[in-house]
Design a protein around this ligand. Sequence first.
Ligand SMILES: NC(=O)c1ccc[n+]([C@@H]2O[C@H](COP(=O)([O-])OP(=O)(O)OC[C@H]3O[C@@H](n4cnc5c(N)ncnc54)[C@H](OP(=O)(O)O)[C@@H]3O)[C@@H](O)[C@H]2O)c1
Length: 287
Amino acid sequence: MSVFKSIAVAGAQSAIGKVIVLTLAATPGMSVLVLTRATTARPAYLPENVAHAGINYSDVDATATILSGHKVEVVISPVNGAAVLEQIPLANAAKAAGVKLFVPSEYGTITKGIPAEDVSPFLQGKMQVADHLQSIGLPSLRVFPGIFQDYVPLLVGYGASKKVNILRSLKGDTPFSTTSTDDIGGFVAHVVTRHPLSVLADKVVRIEGSRVTLNELGAVFEAPVEKVDAIPGVEGVRTAFIAQLQKFIEKGYLNTETKLADGDGSGGANALWEDHRWTPLKETLKL
Ligand SMILES: NC(=O)c1ccc[n+]([C@@H]2O[C@H](COP(=O)([O-])OP(=O)(O)OC[C@H]3O[C@@H](n4cnc5c(N)ncnc54)[C@H](OP(=O)(O)O)[C@@H]3O)[C@@H](O)[C@H]2O)c1
């Protein structure tokens, strides 16, 4: 029996969003509303029992009216990295509509307690959203799963060279978490339906499917490990982004254990999904 009876999902067409929507839609007694941009048609995958509304993110009053009309108690928004700041007006609408919990789009490098010198542009927006939620008094749940398992080949340029490429400046021995998108979405849907607000409100949680180091990926892929100046197979903005991720892994910003600040989720939260079998990395990669 879920504590919350009405949940809205924005960013419902991301891999995580789809799992969240489908899991919630299969939860007895749950009312599910999918929010898309007004320009996006009703997603074809939505089951009939899921409501859909197109919104203009910047129109706070109109979104608040829609959320109130559906008596929404939780907003989950696994939106695209480029859309992160759209969550500020969405959060304002949620607050105005009496929503009790907002689950913003984090899902990567730990943002709580990260040293100022490491706040790269792709983290800035996420931190701004977290600060905004706090400033308007809307409780949040921030979920950090390490690297999506599907992204691990890209992280080390495996697709391009059939080798595990690690930046020369790094040792490659710091453990990091990898989690499948099915497990990430499943976790979010599970916790918001099984745990009360007191367990979830203003929590930072780290979850993990498999734990590995960059060097250990050699054994995972059964491929040579090579130290390189640049990760092959990635271009443009992504070059810097992937290099940054490897550096963050080395600093422990993508695992469940490295403590950065009080309440940063270190220690892990897999236990919130009781009896779940977490998908191992090799299984997702079909290795
Ligand atoms: N840890 C990792 O390895 C990893 C890897 C990838 C992503 N991530 C993170 O996971 C989260 C989801 O990313 P993703 O790549 O999975 O997302 P994605 O598939 O690109 O997201 C698609 C969703 O984002 C929405 N969207 C796109 N542009 C938008 C805009 N301008 N305004 C509002 N909504 C917009 C779409 O909305 P409509 O439904 O309206 O079309 C769609 O539902 C992000 O926080 C990202 O940084 C982490």
